[in-house]
Write a protein that binds this ligand. Sequence first.
Ligand code: ADP
Length: 448
Amino acid sequence: MSSEHEPPVPAFARTFGLRIALWYATLFVSGAIAIVLVTYYLTAASLAQRDRQIINGKLGDYAAAYVRGGVRVLAATVRAEQQVAPERLFVRVVDRGVEAVVLSNPDGWDPSKLETVSATLDDGTLVQVGKSTEARDDLLARFRATLGMVTLVIVAVALTGGWLATRSALFPIRRLTLAVRRIIRTGRTDARVPLDGTGDAIDELTTLFNAMLDKIEGLVTAMRGALDNVSHDLRTPLTRLRGAAEMALASPPKGDSVQQAEHYRDVLADCVEESDRVLVMLNTLMDISEAESGTMQLRREAVPLAEIVARAIDLYRDVADAKGVTLSSSTPAGVVVTADRTRLEQVAANLIDNAVKYTPSGGRVDVDVLQDADAAVMRVGDTGPGIPADELPLIFDRLFRGDTSRTERGLGLGLSLVKAVVEAHGGTVEVSSELGRGSVFTVSLPLG
Ligand code: ADP
């Protein structure tokens, strides 16, 4: 079990962080080592070059002294020089390959660490000057030791620095990972990852992640709400259905067998009616879901809007007449859309149904078809009660029914279906309404 406060570092961050740290350290250390090596070799080469210059200079001087006065003058020169110069050189003269005279050979010199240069004079005499490399070697050895220490420090700094840098770079990712993990574990979508406000890439990712959570939360809430509404709305017809059947079973009807059969027939008819209500509701809900998710099968064809409106008006002509509502239309031919004819008829029928239903006797319902710049428009206007401003944003929601509309028949699904189907066709539906004066629903569809 891991505690909430000290959560384990996720494996990916461990290996990822380690990899970055190692990369960083390797680059840093190899760069540093390259610089150290170059410095060392340049120093060593320049020291060697300086020694050779000294030896060559002396060799020239001594050869000149020998030419001037033979071994005697050369010996005097060497002695005189070595009294003032702190650095003692090895000097030897070999006379035509037979007699060797060593003029200077300081004590305690290791002959293996002697760097010599010789010059052969015209008479065949060899003058040789040497210099010990001991001091130089000693200096370089100490330089090497120092460089070794410096390199060790660099490696240590690189490793610690790399570790610290990747740790701090990975910290926001770790926080994000932990937040995601917490959300998955608790199933709570209201948790959010805190921003550190630097505005960097990680901050942007966090913002996007939080926005995604907002969206998911919104969808889940909407789905829960819809499910609650559906359950609630299904309960009423189902309870009524059950009540009717139960009543019929509990109290056997009086009268003769014909009367009894009549009674049972009535109860069964009620039951069928209630089941139809449930079925219509479920079918409509499924249609809306399909249209919204884009899985609704649309048999698209070129359809003149005038035909659609004419058929829907035919359906409601009698209802409107009976209610005393004038139903009229202005539908020029030639406004054609590419759409599913049946679905579009459903849209027109639902809008006209609402308009006739909510408009009181003596009112009017006008259906117009017209062509906008690049859209086919169908407008259903009525002189009904209008829709209160606070209800306007809700009327397209599933199962929403206006406060004053509850006395009318309806499921609160008509406008949801209209919107879903119109949007599945790439169109839009808008409403404008004025209380006490009426409402206008405008459907715009892309021209076919
Ligand atoms: P319902 O089955 O209640 O008619 P709808 O989804 O078709 O469901 O409409 C949702 C709500 O919008 C209605 O309950 C009503 O309050 C309001 N509404 C829709 N059309 C009109 C209209 N033409 N005039 C006034 N109110 C309307």
